[in-house]
Write a protein that binds this ligand. Structure first.
Ligand code: ATP
Ligand code: MG
Length: 408
């Protein structure tokens, strides 16, 4: 490197992952694999781990000097579970004079057009052979910036407008932006779950929360065409694509549910219709989970939110599941769920007004505290094995990629 060359790269910080002791290696290689997949259509990247950091560099023709590419990559990586934060950074040789020069150029870009700014330098010398200590670096570099912009810059230690971070390792890393990451554990570390995905607000958030604990998400949607139109399906596909920006690629299974709904409507007591429908969905989802290897079902249910989510109603659905049903929203307030939905970008799509099957075939006076006996009695006139078998024959699968979101 000559005195003023430096290379842009992305610095990725890990959190909980670093606590995983002996499993650490597995966690990190899973995380790096997930990062690679998320960046793959943007170009060629070299991803390297050292200490508690991961470094992403452009490879071949791919250069992170391209700011649009840099920010797209940062945006994607900030949604990869297992990452605590991400910074666009410059890498330069471990030479003080070069550092001073590059810091001034770097600050020039940031300060251009800005009025007065407060700032501080936060320097960390990991390589103790470097001649200046962390404290000396802060003082010297701060003085260099003040000398260059005496009227525009002032030092402030507490909450300055700008913090320049300088890390001295075998190279020097310089950055000032820290973008918050999705945290959690890398998807793939905690097995596979089958998410019952409707077009509502809750189920995408439930899928997001389980993926944040490292689960691979498969999704199943019960479609009641033409009672719920093609737009309802497109909406669910869009939600799956939005979720896939965090969870990675999702297999979306769509069940043609119309005949089943009509059959339930005809042969079940009206006040038990919703409970029976949820039990049918649970049975079909369990059967599909057997095939895909999903070890748990996931729903967006929250205790007491609606008639079908009372404790008794949840007990009746659990009774027909052949594996655990995870309900990460069970104890959550709706407003908090909405806040997450807004933050992860699913809310606006979820509130589009296309009907879900549950709103089309709704019991007017649902039984709110059904017993298991009530549920079995309500299913007496149904050929449940036949229903599940036919549903399984009518399932279609679509791979939902994070970057091919269907428009609604
Ligand atoms: P959501 O906002 O997720 O639609 P909700 O509060 O509207 O939830 P319900 O309609 O009672 O509640 O559904 C409860 C849960 O059942 C949903 O969170 C979802 O997991 C599942 N579910 C409901 N309808 C469907 C469907 N058509 N396909 C797949 N899963 C569904
Ligand atoms: Mg719903």
């Amino acid at each position: 490197m000559t005195a003023t060359t430096c290379h842009p790269l992305i610095l990725v910080r890990l959190g909980e992952i670093t606590l995983k002791g002996l499993n650490r290696g597995r966690f990190i290689s899973r995380l790096i694999g997930n990062m690679k997949r998320r960046l793959t259509d943007l170009g060629a990247f070299e991803i390297e781990q050292s200490h508690s950091r991961i470094w992403v560099r452009g490879a071949g023709d791919t250069s992170l000097k391209d700011e649009t590419l840099m920010w797209e990559a940062i945006d994607r990586l900030s949604r990869v579970f297992g990452i605590v934060s991400v910074s666009p950074a410059l890498e330069l040789e471990a030479d003080y004079e070069a550092l001073k020069q590059i810091l001034v150029d770097y600050a020039q870009d940031i300060l251009r057009g800005a009025e007065k700014r407060t700032f501080k330098i936060e320097a960390r010398r990991v390589d103790k052979t470097f001649p200046l200590s962390s404290y000396e670096l802060c003082c010297e570099l701060g003085a260099a910036l003040l000398e260059r912009w005496p009227d525009q810059l002032t030092v402030r230690m507490n909450e300055p407008d700008l913090t320049f971070f300088v890390e001295v390792r075998d190279c020097i890393y310089l950055y000032h932006n820290i973008v918050e990451g999705a945290k959690g554990l890398p998807v793939g570390m905690s097995g596979r779950g089958m998410l019952l995905l409707s077009g509502g607000i809750d189920s995408p958030v439930a899928g997001y929360l389980m993926a944040s604990r490292g689960m691979i998400i498969d999704a199943i949607y019960f479609h009641t065409f033409p009672y719920t139109g093609p737009q309802a399906l497109a909406k669910v596909e869009k939600l799956a694509a939005l979720l896939a920006r965090y969870a990675g690629r999702i297999n979306l299974y769509v069940v043609n549910f119309t005949d089943i709904q009509l059959e339930l409507n005809e042969f079940c007591p009206q006040d038990m219709l919703t409970v029976v429908m949820r039990r049918v969905m649970t049975r079909i989802a369990s059967r599909l989970a057997q095939k895909t290897g999903a070890k748990a079902l996931i729903t967006g249910e929250s205790l007491g939110q609606v008639a079908s989510q009372t404790l008794e109603a949840l007990v009746t659905t659990d009774a027909v599941a052949d594996r655990p049903v995870f309900r990460p929203l069970v104890g959550m307030d709706k407003n908090d769920t909405i806040e997450i939905a807004r933050r992860i970008g699913t809310f606006e799509t979820s509130i589009l007004p296309y009907d879900d099957c549950c709103t089309v075939f709704v019991s007017r006076h649902p039984k709110t505290h059904p017993s298991l006996e009530d549920a079995s009695r309500a299913e007496r006139d149904l050929n449940m094995d036949g229903i599940v078998r036919v549903a399984m024959e009518r399932i279609s699968r679509k791979e939902i990629d994070p970057h091919t979101a269907a428009g609604v």
